[in-house]
Design a protein around this ligand. Structure first.
Ligand code: ZN
Length: 348
């Protein structure tokens, strides 16, 4: 392949607010890597933290750093040890780079490896025309999954991992937080056979988007409606069986605990801004099971989500904004407005 020496890349060039479009060297790959020509990328909440250069970002991200970890593209170069992948293969990939010597990895639980590094966070990322990725992390895309969906498989994977934490077949499910991942989790819960899916937020635009993406979900603005009334409306005898907490908001978690049945289950993906007071005695006396969710299971979550997409799961309407990469600033403005779903940038 004739590859150029330099490429466009969206970089945190210096330790202050913003991202800058730069010309960066095209990465050299090692024997176990592939080089991917990036076609589409998704902007993540993580990228907003990095743009804003908040406390977390300034303590986590070295500069200069090419950001971004949600992508779809095609393989253009293959390291000499790599088997089973070919030039021209369309792919997405897992953005968590793992070590293989921890107890968890050696047990096959790669997503629990304590040495995980993040593409676009600790390692040069996907907001670029080319991305180097270990072949291990590559997830081939079937023909019926377009690049645009390939570019949001990372957050869809968060939604799938969270939603499939507990058996949802026939269950009544409460989701707190109607950001893109909460909305996609609602779609997954319906697809996985939940009876009722209720999603709460305090942002009207997000609740409207939730209903647009998943018409059968019941959106609830908790500033206007009480979950007790919703329980009556849905004729739930006790409450919700499973809660998926996507907001990181303490009040939302409190409301969830109150709204669950005895012995209910909660999967937590939302990240509170700091230490957050929790009414543990309520959780103990209701015998609630809580599971923290990190990333995506490698690669079971990817397998399940691709299978579901091929079997009718439709999250395409969660993508509300599309920009060419030269207009990346508009994409970040849309994300920061709190009114967008997923924002996808086109690098072709
Ligand atoms: Zn992400």
């Amino acid at each position: 392949m004739t590859k150029p020496n330099t490429m466009k890349a969206l970089e945190k060039s210096k330790p202050e607010e913003g991202l800058w479009m730069v010309q960066a060297p095209v990465p050299e790959i090692g024997p176990d890597d592939v080089l991917i020509k990036v076609n589409k990328t998704g902007i993540c909440g993580t990228d907003i933290h990095i743009w804003n250069w908040d406390d977390w970002a300034s303590h986590t991200v070295p500069t200069p750093m090419i950001t971004g970890h949600e992508f779809a593209g095609e393989i253009v170069e293959i390291g000499r040890n790599v088997t089973g992948l070919s030039i021209g293969q369309r792919c997405s990939g897992e953005g968590h780079l793992i070590e293989t010597d921890s107890r968890q990895s050696r047990a096959g639980k790669f997503h629990l490896d304590p040495g995980t590094r993040g593409v676009g966070v600790n390692v040069q990322g996907a907001f670029a025309q080319y991305l180097r990725l270990p072949a291990f992390n590559v997830v081939p895309l079937p023909e019926d999954i377009p690049d645009e969906i390939g570019a949001i498989l990372d957050p869809l994977g968060n939604a799938v991992h969270t939603a499939l934490s507990f058996d949802l077949l026939g269950e009544d499910v409460l989701i707190t937080g109607a950001g893109p991942i909460g909305i996609m989790a609602a779609a997954v819960a319906r697809h996985a056979g939940a009876r009722n899916v209720v999603i709460t937020d305090i942002n009207q635009d997000r609740l409207a988007l939730a209903q647009h993406v998943v018409p059968s979900v019941r959106p609830v603005d908790v500033t206007k409606e009480d979950l007790n009334d919703i329980k009556h409306e849905l004729k739930l005898r006790q409450g919700f069986d499973v809660g998926l907490e996507m907001s990181g908001n303490q009040q939302a978690l409190d409301q969830m605990v109150e709204a669950l049945v005895m012995g209910g289950k909660i999967a937590l993906l939302g990240i509170p801004p700091g230490k957050s007071p929790v009414d543990w005695s309520r959780i103990v006396f209701k015998a609630i099971t809580i599971k923290g969710v990190y990333g995506r299971e490698m690669f079971e979550t990817w397998y399940k989500m691709i299978a579901m997409l091929q079997n009718g799961l439709d999250v395409s309407r969660v993508i509300t904004h599309r920009f060419g990469v030269d207009d990346f600033k508009d994409g970040f403005v849309a994300m920061k407005s709190g009114q967008s779903g997923k924002v996808v940038l086109d690098w072709t």
